[in-house]
Design a protein around this ligand. Structure first.
Ligand SMILES: Nc1ncnc2c1ncn2[C@@H]1O[C@H](COP(=O)(O)OP(=O)(O)OP(=O)(O)O)[C@@H](O)[C@H]1O
Length: 549
C-alpha cells in the first residue's frame, strides 16, 4: 500500500499544479493582453521592455506547465486508480473467501459478483472522481484567494465567500438531495444484476416453465428505475453546476465593480482589472467539477459500506498459529457431543451426537431426506459454528485447521459438484497438474468412464462445455468422482455418488472404489440400499443422532 500512497499523493500534487497553471495562464494573459491594448504593444515594448518580456514568458511557462501537468496527472492518477482497484480487489477477495459459505448465506451469486466488480471499482474511483477534485479545490482555493487578495483584498474576500458557497454549501445540498436516490439505485442495480445472473443461468428452465417473461419484465422495470434515477441525478448535477456558474458570474461582476473603484482610487492599474476578472473565472474551474465529485463520493461511501458489511463476517476464529496446524496420522475422525443447527433455522441437525470413523474404514451414512447427512460436510469444514461439542481429525480440533489444509486431507465430491468449461483431461489436470496420462486412464476405468471416453472421437480431449453440459448427469458425476480420486487425499467423502447410474454401473463403480482404495477412508452419503453390502459399516442419521445399522 505504501508505494500506492506516494503514487496517489503525486497524482494529487500534479492535479493541483495543473489547476494552478491554468489559473496562472489566464491571470497573466489577462494582464498581458490588456497592457498591450492600453499602451500599444510597440510602445509598451519599447518603454517597458522588461515588463512585457516577463509576462510573455510567464504565459508560455504556464501554458506548457498546464499541458504537461495535465498529461502527467492523467497518467499518474489513472495508474493510481488501477493499482488501488487491484489491491482493493485482492483485499476483498481475501476477506470474502474464508467466509464461504456461511458468511455469504444471505447473498446471491450475482450480488457478490456485482460487489466484487463494481463496488471495488467505485471505491477506487473515489480517488480520481472525488478525493482529487475536493483536495484540489481546497488547496487551490487558498492559493487563489491569497493571490487575488495581494492585488485587491476586498476582491479576495469576495472570492473567498463565493468559493465557500459554491465549493462547500452547493456540494452539501447536492449530497443531501442525492444520497437516498443513489442508495436506492445501488440496491436496485444489485437486485437487477442478481436477477440477470440467475435468469441467464436458468434460462432453459425458465423457458420450459414459461416464466422467462416475468423475469425479463422484472429486469426491465429495474432498468427503467435506474434510467429515471440517472436522469434525476443528471438534473441535480447540472442544476448545481449552473448554480456555481451563476455564483461565478455574480462574483465576476462584483469584482469588476470593486476593481473599477480601486482603479479610480489609483490602487490598481488598468491592466490588472481583466487580470483579476479572468483570475476569478479560472478559480471557479476547480469548483465546477464538485457536484459530480459529490455524486462520486456518495457512490463510493455506499459501495464501501456494502463491502464492509460483506467482509466483516468472520467464521472460524483461527489465529496465525493455526496456519501451521495439521492433523496427525492415523487420520481418525472423532465427533464428540456435537449439536448443530443452521443459523436462523429451527430444525436441529445434530443433538449431542458422537461418532468415530477410523482411517481406512469404508462407511455409508444413510437417513431420510433432510436429516442432515450432507450438512456433516459443512460441519467438518467449520463452514458453520457448532452449538456444542467438537470434531477432531487426526487428533486435532477441525476448528483449528484451515480450510486449505483440511482439504489436502479430505476430498469431497458433493451433490452440486463443479466441472470447468474445458476438456476431460483439462478438468482432471486442473485438480492435480502432476497427474500422468496413465493415471487418468486408470481413474477413468475406476469410475466406469473408460468405455465412454474410448468411443469419443477426441477421447480425453473432448470438450465437455460449461459445468459439463455435454455429458449426461451420471457421466458428469463420475468425472467429478475422478477429480476427487486424483487429489489422492487420505479421506474421500462422496455425496450420492451413484445418483443417476444404472444398477450395473453403480455396482461396478462401488466395487472398483472399495478394492482400489483400501487405505483410504471412504464415506458415502447415500439413499441406495444396493451399495450398502459393499461397505464396512453403515450409520443411520436419525433425529439428530447416529445409530449403527
Ligand atoms: N446452507 C444451509 N442453510 C440453511 N439450511 C440448510 C442449509 N443446507 C441445508 N439446510 C437445511 O438443513 C437440513 C438438512 O439438509 P441436508 O442437505 O444436510 O440433508 P440431507 O440429509 O443430506 O438431505 P438429502 O438426503 O435430501 O440430500 C434441511 O432441512 C435443509 O433445508
Amino acid at each position: 500500500m505504501k508505494p500506492i500512497k506516494w503514487h496517489l499523493a503525486l497524482g494529487m500534487l500534479l492535479s493541483c499544479v495543473a489547476a494552478l497553471s491554468n489559473f496562472g495562464l489566464l491571470f497573466v494573459s489577462g494582464w498581458l493582453i490588456t497592457s498591450a491594448a492600453v499602451a500599444g504593444l510597440a510602445a509598451l515594448a519599447v518603454s517597458q521592455a522588461f515588463n512585457i518580456m516577463l509576462p510573455a514568458a510567464g504565459v508560455r511557462f504556464f501554458a506548457m506547465a498546464r499541458i504537461l501537468s495535465r498529461y502527467l496527472e492523467r497518467i499518474i492518477t489513472h495508474d493510481g486508480a488501477f493499482r488501488l482497484t487491484s489491491s482493493l480487489r485482492t483485499a476483498v477477495y481475501a476477506l470474502l473467501i474464508p467466509q464461504t459459505p456461511s458468511g455469504l448465506m444471505d447473498k446471491r451469486g450475482g450480488d457478490i459478483l456485482g460487489q466484487f466488480v463494481s463496488d471495488t471499482e467505485t471505491v477506487s474511483a473515489y480517488y480520481t472522481d472525488a478525493a482529487i477534485p475536493f483536495g484540489r479545490a481546497l488547496c487551490c482555493s487558498i492559493v487563489f484567494i491569497g493571490l487575488i487578495s495581494c492585488f485587491l483584498p476586498i476582491a479576495g474576500m469576495t472570492l473567498g465567500a463565493a468559493l465557500i458557497i459554491a465549493g462547500a454549501i452547493v456540494p452539501i445540498v447536492t449530497y443531501w438531495m442525492s444520497y437516498r436516490l443513489i442508495k436506492q439505485m445501488r440496491f436496485v442495480k444489485s437486485r437487477m444484476q442478481g436477477n440477470l445472473a440467475e435468469t441467464l443461468q436458468n434460462l432453459g428452465e425458465l423457458l420450459i416453465l414459461t416464466i422467462a417473461d416475468s423475469s425479463v419484465n422484472n429486469i426491465k422495470q429495474d432498468q427503467l428505475y435506474l434510467d429515471q434515477g440517472k436522469l434525476k441525478l443528471d438534473i441535480i448535477e447540472s442544476t448545481a453546476r449552473s448554480l456555481i456558474t451563476v455564483i461565478m458570474m455574480i462574483v465576476v461582476l462584483l469584482v469588476l465593480f470593486q476593481s473599477i473603484s480601486a482603479y479610480r482610487a489609483h490602487l490598481l492599474s488598468a491592466a490588472e482589472i481583466p487580470m483579476l476578472v479572468l483570475g476569478i473565472m479560472a478559480a471557479f474551474d476547480v469548483i465546477l467539477p464538485l457536484p459530480a465529485a459529490t455524486h462520486a463520493k456518495i457512490k463510493a461511501d455506499i459501495a464501501e459500506q456494502q463491502l464492509q458489511a460483506s467482509c466483516n463476517h468472520t467464521v472460524a476464529d483461527q489465529t496465525e498459529e493455526d496456519l501451521f496446524v495439521s492433523p496427525n496420522a492415523p487420520y481418525d475422525l472423532v465427533m464428540k457431543q456435537v449439536s448443530f443447527s443452521y443459523p436462523q433455522q429451527p430444525s436441529i441437525i445434530l443433538d449431542h451426537a458422537s461418532l468415530t470413523i477410523k482411517q481406512g474404514e469404508h462407511v455409508a451414512i444413510v437417513g431420510a431426506s433432510g436429516m442432515g447427512k450432507s450438512s456433516l460436510i459443512n460441519m467438518l469444514f467449520s463452514f458453520y459454528p457448532l452449538q456444542t461439542g467438537s470434531i477432531f481429525l487426526g487428533g486435532v480440533d477441525v476448528k483449528k485447521i484451515t480450510c486449505d489444509k483440511l482439504s489436502s486431507f479430505v476430498s469431497v465430491v458433493s451433490q452440486d459438484f463443479h466441472l470447468f468449461s474445458g476438456t476431460i483431461k483439462e478438468n482432471l489436470k486442473l485438480i492435480n497438474p502432476e497427474v500422468t496420462d496413465k493415471e487418468i486412464k486408470d481413474v477413468l476405468k475406476i469410475v466406469q468412464l473408460d468405455q465412454f471416453v474410448k468411443e469419443l472421437l477426441e477421447g480425453i480431449h473432448t470438450f465437455i462445455g460449461n459445468e459439463g453440459v455435454r455429458l449426461s448427469g451420471g457421466q458428469a458425476r463420475r468425472l467429478a468422482i475422478a477429480q476427487g480420486l486424483l487429489r489422492k487425499t487420505p479421506w474421500l467423502i462422496l455425496d450420492e455418488p451413484t445418483d443417476g447410474l444404472d444398477s450395473q454401473t453403480e455396482q461396478a463403480l462401488m466395487q472398483q472404489l472399495m478394492t482400489h482404495y483400501t487405505d483410504q477412508t471412504i464415506v458415502v452419503i447415500t439413499h441406495k440400499s444396493e451399495i450398502l453390502p459393499l461397505m464396512d459399516r453403515v450409520i443411520l442419521l436419525q433425529d439428530g443422532c447416529f445409530h449403527a445399522v
